[in-house]
Design a protein around this ligand. Structure first.
Ligand code: HEM
Length: 459
């Protein structure tokens, strides 16, 4: 089993074995979906909307977050709260806020570009906490931001054994393999000892900002709209302790689910603009022509700035923040193209998909393949190059990316519209106000960034 950069290994297997790869470890079936068509065909069915039971998630306190919830009533209630607030028709309520945050960020970056990573991380936290709870975070030591970061660090550490730890994890849960038999690279017994502390951190990270949000709402001090306020207004007098618990976890999942992904998106955007000055100049020229220099672009200018939009889409394609999506699980036996897919299978969409260097039987395999995903040279010529022109400013070309990078079916990302608006606001504002250039050394030579991507759930 690959332990690092799993999407690359999976892509090699895809090339060798085709669109659907069946693996088994300790009797646990794992299905890898390597084409867009197959991922869509399968994952859009309700029976694929489950998540596997993750002992790792339970131990670290993430089992109540709806991203990892089974396909059950708690998931439905939490998902509804998030989807109602983040639906494409609702997100424009946050546009003015997102635009002004993009402007503050551009101002801060101009003042001190050396704090880029730090400023982006703070801004992602500010946006998500403001939208979820109506509380405005302006400094890094804000207690809610600190707590959410601590809980994300728990998540990252508990998932540190890599995506494939899930197989061992499933077995741990069914007592077939006990922790002492797990390989040494799994966090093991130390992990168990730490688990209690981690659960406490995660619980506090979701309850504390909610309690503040509710209190601010009652005292008239909350920034509106926000997800908690909207949900509380809809619930009215019917707020039972159980429903409140679901609201708390829904808001917590939104904040945590968006944090890393927004940071990754914004950092990759800046990187792409540094590495591709011609793209930057072309996007700036589009803004100059369409918007002029008397005002700053807004999110509603998206329609008339297709090249800037393409730049954002190309950032998502080249560097999908969750290259293998989040695992789905199959709740009933299924038959697809004559293949039997057993109930209980863990199902993974290879959103990344690349073909790597050509090999002998590539041609034969390609004939059997319909549409691969974000690095398929058949769909995206020279897939490792950053080239927004490939979309020809056409929405349906861009949708080849946006319909895959946010996942599939009932579990697809509820934050899609917010993420697209946030990234567009950031891209358009930074392009309109800044020259994004590499650092220079003492001799004025460009120092190009040395980039290493992490492996694990987020890339
Ligand atoms: C920046 C770009 C983002 C990308 C590329 C992204 C991608 C994804 C992907 C691939 C999934 C898994 C879908 C599946 O299981 O098939 C997912 C799920 C999820 N995302 Fe995002 N996401 C982004 C931003 C956000 C934001 C801003 C939020 C919240 C405000 C968010 C909240 C969630 C939640 C809560 C889930 C779990 C959904 C469920 O299990 O029902 N994401 N996202």
């Amino acid at each position: 089993m690959p332990r690092n950069y799993e999407w690359l290994t999976l892509s090699r297997w895809a090339k060798e074995y085709g669109d659907i790869v069946y693996l088994e470890a300790f009797g646990q079936p794992l299905i890898l979906l390597n084409s867009y068509k197959v991922a869509k065909d399968l994952l859009e069915k309700a029976v694929y909307a489950d998540r596997p039971h993750l002992e790792m998630a339970r131990l670290s306190g993430f089992d109540k977050t709806f991203v990892l919830q089974r396909y059950n009533e708690d998931w439905r209630r939490q998902r509804k709260i998030a989807s109602q607030d983040l639906a494409p028709r609702m997100v424009p309520r946050y546009h003015t806020f997102l635009e002004s945050e993009a402007r503050f960020l551009a101002r801060d970056l101009l003042q001190d570009p050396s704090r880029l990573a730090h400023l982006i991380s703070l801004k992602a936290g500010t946006i998500l906490i403001r939208i979820s709870y109506g509380h405005y975070v302006s400094t890094d030591d804000d207690p809610f931001l600190t707590l959410i970061r601590a809980s994300m660090s728990v998540f990252t550490r508990s998932a540190a054994a890599g995506v494939f730890s899930v197989l061992l994890d499933v077995r741990v849960n069914s007592n077939i393999v006990t922790v002492k038999y797990l390989p040494p690279w799994l966090p093991g017994t130390k992990f168990l000892a730490k688990a209690k502390g981690w659960r406490d951190i995660v619980r506090k990270a979701v309850w504390a900002p909610y309690a503040k949000s509710k209190h601010s709402l009652e005292s008239g001090g909350a920034l509106l709209p926000n997800t908690c306020a909207t949900a509380l207004a809809a619930i009215g007098d019917g707020l039972s302790p159980d429903l409140e618990e679901q609201l708390v976890w829904a808001a917590g999942t939104m904040t945590a689910g968006g944090l890393e992904t927004l940071i990754i998106g914004m950092l990759n955007l800046i990187l792409a603009l540094i590495l591709n000055p011609a793209v930057q100049a072309k996007a700036q020229a589009e803004i100059d022509t369409v918007i002029g220099r008397d005002r700053l672009p807004t999110i509603s200018d998206q329609v008339s700035l297709p090249y800037v939009r393409s730049v954002v889409v190309e950032v998502f394609r080249l560097n999908p923040p969750i290259p293998l999506g989040v695992f789905h699980a199959l709740s009933q036996d299924d038959i697809y193209q004559g293949m039997h897919i057993p109930k209980g299978s863990i199902v993974m969409a290879n959103i990344w998909y690349d073909e790597g260097p050509a090999c002998e039987h590539e041609r034969t395999l390609r004939e059997s393949v319909l549409r691969h995903m974000l690095h398929d040279p058949e769909v995206f010529t020279d897939p490792m190059e950053f080239r927004p022109e490939r979309y020809q400013n056409l929405d349906f070309e861009m949708e080849k990316v946006t319909s895959a990078v946010f996942g599939f079916g009932r579990r697809s990302c509820p934050g899609k519209s917010l993420a697209e608006s946030t990234l567009f606001a950031f891209a358009a504002t930074v392009l309109a106000t800044c020259e994004i250039v590499p650092k220079v050394d003492k001799e004025e030579n460009d120092m190009m960034p040395n980039v290493t991507y992490s492996s694990g759930i987020f890339r």
